[in-house]
Each structure stands twice: as C-alpha cells, then as structure tokens.
Design a protein around this ligand. Sequence first.
Ligand code: SF4
Length: 806
Amino acid sequence: MTVDQLSDRDRELLELPLPELLAAARERRDRVHGSRVTYSPKVFIPLTMLCRDRCGYCTFAQPPARLAAPYLLPEEVLDIARRGASMGCHEALFTLGERPEERYPVAKDWLNRHGYNSTIDYLADVSRLVLEETGLLPHSNAGALFEDELAQLREVSASQGMMIETLRPDLDCHRGAPDKLPERRLATLEAAGRLHIPFTTGILVGIGEGRIDRIVALEAIAESHRRHGHVQEVIVQNFLPKAGTAMHAVPPCPEHAYLEAIALARLVLPDAVHVQAPPNLSDDFGPLLEAGIDDWGGVSPVTADHVNPERPWPALDRLRAETEKHGFALAPRLTLHPEFVRHPEAWLDEALRFPVMDRADAEGLGRDDPGAVFPERIEAITAEDGAEVRQIGHDSTAWYSGAPVSPSDLLGGPAAAGGRLREVLDGVLEGQEAGADELLTLFAARGPEVRAVAEVADELRRRVVGDVVTWVANRNINYTNVCTYKCRFCGFSKGPLSLNLRGTPYLLDIDEIAGRAADAARMGATEVCLQGGIHPNFDGDFYIDVTRAVRDAVPNIHVHGFTALEVTEGARRLGEPLEDYLRRLMDAGLSSLPGTAAEILDDGIRAELCPDKINTEEWLEAHRTAHRVGLRSNITIMFGSIEGTEHWVRHLLVCRDLQKETGGFTEFVGLPFVHMASPIYLQRRARRGPTFRETLLMHAVARIALHGLIDNIQGSWVKIGFDGIRQMLQAGCNDLGGTLVDENISRAAGAEHGQSAHESDFRTLVEPLGRTLAQRSTLYGSVDVGSRLEVNRSDDGRLLIPVVGA
Ligand code: SF4
C-alpha cells in the first residue's frame, strides 16, 4: 500500500512530527484512562515449544531434539499454575507453538497416546484443569485458529489472543510460517469477534515492515473491533534481534519507530481498545508511558517470559515504582479488561462467569489484596446454630471481610495524586461538594492515590470532630432468625422461603429479650440494638411489645431498633400509616432506627440482591418519616457483592439528599459484604466482598461525600477486624460502633472477628494513633462513664417494679 491509499486522517498522523504525535497520544490516553496503568499478574505456561512455523525472529519454538518432551504434562502445568496462584496471580497464560502435530510426528504421537486429536484439544483440557484446581483464569495464545477451535477454547478460557504482527505478506521473517499469512490472522480475529471472545492482538514493530504497514494493520484491527467490539487490547511489541535466530544480525527496532507505533496505535484504535507495551523489552519505561500506553501486559512473579527468556521480567516493585514516578497508578487486572468483566453474559461462557467474578473487584479489575485467591468449595454443612460451612481445597490467603487475615498497610507510603483526582481533592479541601463524577474518581484511587484520598478524609475528620474516637456500650439482640424474605446475601435468616444454609431457627420470647436488655444494662450497656428476621407470625404489635418490654426492664436504655424493612412491614401488617406506627413505637420507647436493610440503594442491584425487600424509595421514605416524627437514624451500605462503584456513588448521593432534607442521620456505617457463607456467593453469583482498598476508600469517600452534613463515620470492627479499623481511623473514621455482644448476623455470614470487644481493646487501638477514646451515647452525646442504668428486673428475670398497664 502507498501513502496515497491511506485515509486523510492516517496521512495526517504520519505527517505529524514525532513530539506532536506523542503529545496527541498522551492527551488521548489521559482523557480516556486518567492516571491508571494496568498489568496482569500471571504465570506463563509453555504448553508446547514445538511449532510448525519458522519465524525469523523467534527463540520460543524449538525442535523436538532440544526438548525433554513435546508437551508439558498436566501435573507440570498444574504445578506452575499452583505456584502462580499462591503468589497472587490471576491469569494462566498458555503460550504455545502453532499446530506442531502437523509438522512433528513426535507431537502427533504424544497427543494420540494421551487421547487427544490436536494440540487445541489438549490445551482445552489443561485449561479446564487449571481453572478448576487453581482458579487462575486461562488465556490461550494458540495462534491462527479456526472458528470451531476458538469456540472450543472459549468454554475454558476467559480470553484469547493472537498477534496480527503485520499484514505485509512478503516479509522474509515469515517465509517459513504458513500461519502468518495476513488472511489467516485476519480470519482468526474476525472469528473471535463473531464468537464474542475478549481478544488480545497486536503488532510487531521492526521486522521489515514500514510505517504505512503499521497503520494498515492497526486500521484492520480497529475495523474488526468496530464490527464486533471484541478487541480488548493491542500489544505494540518492538523487535529485538536474538542470538540463534535468522534475524540475529538485523538491527533492533529503533526507539523512535517504536514510540511512533505506540502513539499511532493509541490514535488509530477506538478509545475502548487498551494499548500495551511489554515492559521487559525496553530499558526505560518512561518513554512508553509518554507515548500513550495504559497497560503493561503480563507480569509474572513466578515464571520467565518464555517468548523472550533473555529479558527477565522486571520485578513488580520496579514496575510500580517507575509507573508511580511518572505520575500514574498501577492496577492489577484480570486477563480480560473491566469492560468485558462487567458484561459477562455477552463475553463469557457460563462456566467462566463466576471464576472471573471471584477474582474481580467492583471496577472489574483484579482483586489487589496480596496473597492467594483459591476457589472455595463447601465440604460440609452442620445444622447447629452458628455452625460453620467448611471450605475445602487450598486456603486463600488474601484479605477479605470477615477473614482472620491482616490487611496490607495501604497508608504506609507517600501520597500522590495528579490530574483529575488532584482537582477533586483540592476542590473538596476548598469546601466544594463532590458530585457523582468526583466521587467515582475518588473510588478509582490506587496506590499513592488512596493515601491522598485518605489524607483528605482524615483532614476533614479532624476539622469536624477533632481527635476523639467514640464508641457505644451496647448489646445486639437478634430476636429471631426466621424470615419470610429471600435476601440472597443473607446467611442469617432461616425459613421455608429463605435460602438458608446454616443454623437452626430460633425466636426469643419477649421476656427473654427484656432479660437480655437487663443483663446488658448491668454490664454497662447504654443501648440495645434490636434487629431480626421478619417472622411470619409477627404483626406490627410485636415490635411495639418488644420495645415496651425492654423499656419496662431498663427504663432509660436507648432502644436502637427495627430496620426500615421491619417498620415498613410492621405498619403494613397492621394496615396503619407508617407515620402513626412510628409514633406508637416512639411512645412505647423506641429511641432511634438503625440504617440497615439499605444494602445498596439502587433498584437494579436490589432486584438481584433482595428482590422482595423494600425498594430504594421505600427505604428512604421510612427514614424520611422517622426523621419527621423525631427519630434519628443512620446510613449503612453493604458493599462488595455484585455492584459497581457507580452504585456506591448513587447510594451516597440519595442518602446525602435525604440528609439535606431532614438532617436526621447521625452517622454513616460501612458494612463490607461477608461472603463466606452467604447464599448468593455459594450460588456463585457474587464477589467475595470488597477488597481492603475498597473498604478503606468506602469510609474515606463517605467522609468526603457527607462532609458538612454527617459528622460521624463508623467502621465495623466485626467485619473489618482491628488491624483494618486502625487504618480506617486514619482515613476519615471517628467511631468504632458498639461493643456488640451477641452479634449474630455477621457471624452467620462467616465473619471471624468475634462477638464482643471491650473498652480496653478500643483503647489499645486508638491511643497509639495519638487519638482519645470516649464513650458516647447512641446519639453522640456524653455518657456518665462508669454508671449503670437502673434495671427493673432481678437476676432471675422477675420484674421488680410492677409496670402500670403491663
Ligand atoms: S436480610 Fe433481613 S429481611 Fe433479608 S432474609 Fe435476612 S433477615 Fe430476612
């Protein structure tokens, strides 16, 4: 092709001086991807190094005589994969030569002896094995394939790839390579698109092709993507001569040509296509970032890059340091990019959907807590109350909510924020209210950016509530775990209609509830928190009777009780307006409402999580009405199951709007989803809770979003653990919640952080941070420390003072 045959736009790009071209590419990357640069933590599995092609630059392909065996055995494959999974990889990249059985009898014999017709058959089988045993997501890089082969691999691979390399048909380096014919490469790319396979492709720069050839190849990829939407990334790889190859004496790809090709890729390809440069093929990372890439491709902590073994992969720490030095934040991704992760029905075989979800975070990137994420399987369910669902297989070592694992220290390093994030944080510090876009930007923070968000949240906390960290002496009383609702996340409820998996059904009688409240008061509690399932036998009077009984037993105890669902349902069952019903609850002694049953305030998400529960507007209306009659309440969010960060933003904004209207919320409480025994997780339809970074950001961003409207941000030590809460306290939190004797709901979902804490535990946590611990009342007033509320019951449960009207 000649330059005259290019489009006007492409001709203009080729005519631009290199500095201008690079600047345009950078500007496009910054606009589309901001400060984020991704990489895929992976292991390389060289399934076979035999290949029927002979490419002039290749050191990967070997003749049979140089190999101990034609193919890796399944146990060898699994051994590599297990090591990768243990080190925190997300991807198993199968690298292999093209159709070796068509050139080497030894390959054909091996396959036949092992029961396979082709290399692709064997690849499909070991991919399935790796997926099932380790949870690593297979990505197959098997060269030019036919549609049926791509379809076969789609059932076991989360993504696939094949370099286009070049569309020049006449290059010397491809003379012995029948699979490198341009039409074969393009046909494979097209077939992958028709099959809805998230696909990685790319070009090789410096193998004899020219500038026009590169732009032609990039345009062909762009066109295919426009037809099918399947090209997730384009690798722009520079040619380096290698000893022992036909091209050993050919000069390496000049840097200016390489950088120009990267910039052209960024400018020619649609915005949705990520541009990748492998970091191990360049000594200096900075120019690659300056040319417009947003992805480093695979980085392995375990195996060498078998395609370029003479160039060791840079240590991840170095990659991170270099990326951050240039003002970017590094984020691990899965083998498929978030745009595909977040639309699994369109892009993934059903068998891959949960394994992908299991490793994803709320943005569709890879979970970034250090450690292993092995598949979890249930071995046994015991039916006693509080019984454990036992997991089998390898133990995951990464942090998740409720697990007895310390999170990594996210705050121990310098803070940095540039671009849009810097603008948002500066605006917040100047008193601007963060809107939806700004909050989304905050939730996307990674690495040093997380520290920058935490610092601002900490500063706002200091301005509003100073250095005091509060707690409340309370007791949770979950009076029944029988529930007519079918919340799919709920591991607590039992009942004929619920997805119950653990424990026996129970219902405390009213006397027992009052007795527990009396015991709590004797131990120093100032509050009882009453919540439970929606028992089929309850009418609205149950809640009124319980409240009255508790207040009869302990007249001055603060009854913090009944979710928006409970009061809405109580009023409905009595056929009474909610406002009247809430007034009667207040008359009986109800003091405030907990903000639970909010989960995620987005009806699309609620349709999946809790389809028969109150909807967003009903939750808001219950709190609006409560505030109107004089009951205070709080905001909760249960995050990290199926929703995305945009849903977190919506949740915060609808609550903020209501607070502007009523002023009735006292605090925000972040409740990370505890996945271990949650039905929706066990049914393979949810993530395994938020990552620790997400948990920290939730509290920090809530502090920022609600600044000036809600002063108190609470971290749940039951779900996050003390090591995690220590970091929350430096990221906007000022409250530890309650001592929580008898907290059953988190435990029922598998949390392992215990049932109670003492003031001394809180003091040990708070004082090393230079903060002051203070006990508070439920509504953040002072309490008479050391005093006990008057109790109208004897230890054996008898009422000591007859109650008028009882
Ligand atoms: S979350 Fe509450 S309403 Fe839903 S099933 Fe569990 S106990 Fe019932």
